[in-house]
Ligand binder design. Structure first.
Ligand code: FES
Length: 286
């Protein structure tokens, strides 16, 4: 049965109910914060992205109430705000967990074990991509490259780095998060909840101990190229084809401190997890 255009017109023409309002005290507090954010920009509408983070910090996701608030304080239409909020994946459109666990499954992380980590976490947590555990603690997501490829495979929790993960270490990580046990990112400041992260992303001071000093930190693997460029390290070692190392030299003896090269990323990766070895899967009969 088809629907007549007049019937479609009636249903499409139904006015949408107005978004529920924030309680007065919440709205007053958010307006104070919003004024501070808007004052940073010559054109008020430029403040939309941080304001969406601000409303996300209030409810854990961007609600219709939050979008209406942004539209009101920026003198935009709700359609304009919705277009932006639905374009960027950093804005959540539905309630989700305290900890967003993002597994990088871009090319390098994927081949280094990111795909295996994601699959095991799905099974371990009983959730799919973008879904949240029943206890409301963890939302599992695929994420794109975060420019930490030299520490692949990378897992990010609320945008803090957990480098060189394995399926086993990633499962331990989510178990700790769900149980409320403290976890330490590999680098950067201490972990905070998704709402707290959203407030920092809105541009308010990051007052976590070590946040400022840690923000520019890079691990040894990231600095290898720089050191080589400065001539601070010996030229890259030659990796001989299997079985062709000159007499007395082992092809697996990199002496990393003397012969740094881009091959010298931390070795504690999925290759160290015997249950999930890295490398190509052998075809049957090979
Ligand atoms: S591919 Fe994962 S951080 Fe770059």
């Amino acid at each position: 049965m088809t629907t007549s255009s007049s019937e479609r017109g009636v249903s499409l023409g139904m006015p949408e109910l107005p978004a529920p309002a924030y309680p007065d005290d919440v709205r007053a507090r958010l307006e104070r914060d919003a004024r501070e954010i808007i004052a940073r920009y010559p054109d008020s509408r430029s403040a939309l992205l941080p304001l969406l983070h601000l409303v996300q910090s209030e409810e854990g996701h961007v609600t219709r109430t939050g979008m209406q608030f942004c539209a009101d304080v920026l003198n935009l239409t709700t359609a304009e705000v919705t277009a932006v909020a639905t374009f960027y994946t950093m804005y959540r459109r539905k309630p989700s967990g305290d900890y967003q666990v993002g597994v990088c499954t871009n090319t390098l992380c994927a081949v280094m074990g990111g795909d295996a980590i994601f699959e095991e976490l799905q099974e371990h947590l009983g959730v799919g991509n973008g879904e949240t555990t029943d206890d409301g603690k963890v939302t599992l997501e695929h994420i794109e490259c975060n420019a930490a490829c030299d520490f692949a495979p990378v897992v990010m929790v609320n945008w803090e780095f957990f480098d060189n993960q394995t399926p086993r270490s990633a499962k331990r990580l989510v178990d700790d998060l769900r149980a409320g046990r403290p976890v330490e990112p590999t680098r950067g400041a201490r972990l905070c909840t998704f709402k707290e992260t959203a407030r920092i992303l809105a541009g308010f001071p990051d007052e976590r101990p070590g946040a400022v000093e840690a923000s520019g930190s890079a691990g040894p693997a990231s600095l290898v190229g720089l050191r080589l460029a400065k001539g601070e390290a010996a030229p890259a070692r030659v990796v001989h084809p299997r079985g062709e190392a000159p007499q007395g030299e082992s092809p697996h003896d990199p002496s990393p401190t003397e012969h740094l090269s881009s091959h010298d990323a931390p070795q504690d990766t999925s290759a160290s997890d015997p249950a999930h070895p890295a490398g190509p899967i052998a075809e049957e009969g090979e």
